[in-house]
Design a binder for this molecule. Structure first.
Ligand code: NDP
Length: 254
């Protein structure tokens, strides 16, 4: 029996947006552990530098605000010039906005859609050009339970994450014949700054979340890191177009 490790990412370069903290950092950490070279991106340079220091020599960072949609083609070019060909893109960066839907302005809505949906599309489009040219690549999206069922007070976030799941399937059918797999992780409620903001100080919401999570606890960022390693690796070589909940059963909880 072969002892080759199909989860090994040695020799592969991954770009992880929003890799400075939370889920992105955990994905970067898991990728580094499995041998990948990673480039994490974000707006806050001090946080990126700190994260890279913690992750070691195979981690690099690039400062870029994903809201600069027009700058994305140049950003992708710069990344490949600097770090070589990128085999894996993880569209992790995202923002949330908790407000009653009647209070959400058009500007608020647009802000969330731009970061969580338009930037994800533009970055995937640009990287996919490189990947299909090489007949090889891997794109991982991050959605949310907000696209599995209705959650109050996160209307723009919900719209953006439903779009991310739709794009996963649409991209998978166009790109998989050209060697690029596209998949999505739908995290449940995971302990990060973002979930702390949404749940701490709103005990009813937190109890509701835990009440419908059969495993009875929030997830850990490394749970998402491990799922991303699976999807990025050869262990998932026949997997494309899926939405993988990593949620302690939250999506199917009563
Ligand atoms: P955090 O708020 O902890 O981290 C968000 C990351 O995204 C940061 O690194 C931030 O870096 C980066 N980012 C945000 N806006 C931009 C931008 N305009 N340009 C570049 N980078 C940006 O979030 P989480 O780790 O909790 O969430 C990560 C992803 O997982 C998100 O897509 C989120 O929607 C999703 N998710 C999280 C869940 C959870 O329970 N935590 C549940 C379901 C989904 P910087 O500030 O430096 O720009």
């Amino acid at each position: 029996m072969s002892t080759n490790n199909s989860f090994d990412l040695t020799g592969k370069t991954a770009v992880i947006t929003g890799g400075s903290r939370g889920l992105g950092f955990a994905i970067a950490e898991a990728f580094v552990k499995h041998g990948a070279k990673v480039v994490i991106t974000g707006r806050n340079e001090a946080q990126l530098a700190e994260a890279c220091k913690a992750l070691g020599q195979t981690c690099h960072y690039q400062v870029f605000d994903l809201n600069d949609l027009a700058g994305i083609p140049g950003f992708v070019k710069e990344l490949e010039n600097k770090y070589g060909q990128v085999e894996i893109l993880v569209n992790n960066a995202g923002i949330n906005m908790k407000k009653d839907l009647q209070e959400v302005t058009d500007r608020d809505f647009e802000e969330v859609i731009r970061t969580n949906q338009q930037a994800v599309f533009a970055l995937s489009r640009e990287f996919s050009k490189k990947m299909t040219h090489r007949q090889s690549g891997n794109i991982i999206m991050i959605s949310s339970m907000a696209s599995q069922y209705g959650i109050p007070k996160v209307i723009a976030y919900t719209a953006s994450k439903a779009a991310v799941e739709g794009m996963t399937k649409a991209m998978a059918v166009e790109l998989s014949p050209m060697g690029v797999r596209v998949n999505c992780i739908a995290p449940g409620f995971i302990e990060t700054d973002m979930s702390a903001k949404a749940l701490n100080g709103d005990i009813d919401r937190k109890q509701k979340v835990l009440g419908r999570t059969p495993m009875g606890r929030l997830g850990k960022p490394e749970d998402i890191g491990n799922a991303a390693v699976y999807l990025a690796s050869d262990a998932a070589c026949y997997v494309t177009g899926i939405i993988l909940p990593v949620d302690g059963g939250n999506a199917i909880g009563f």
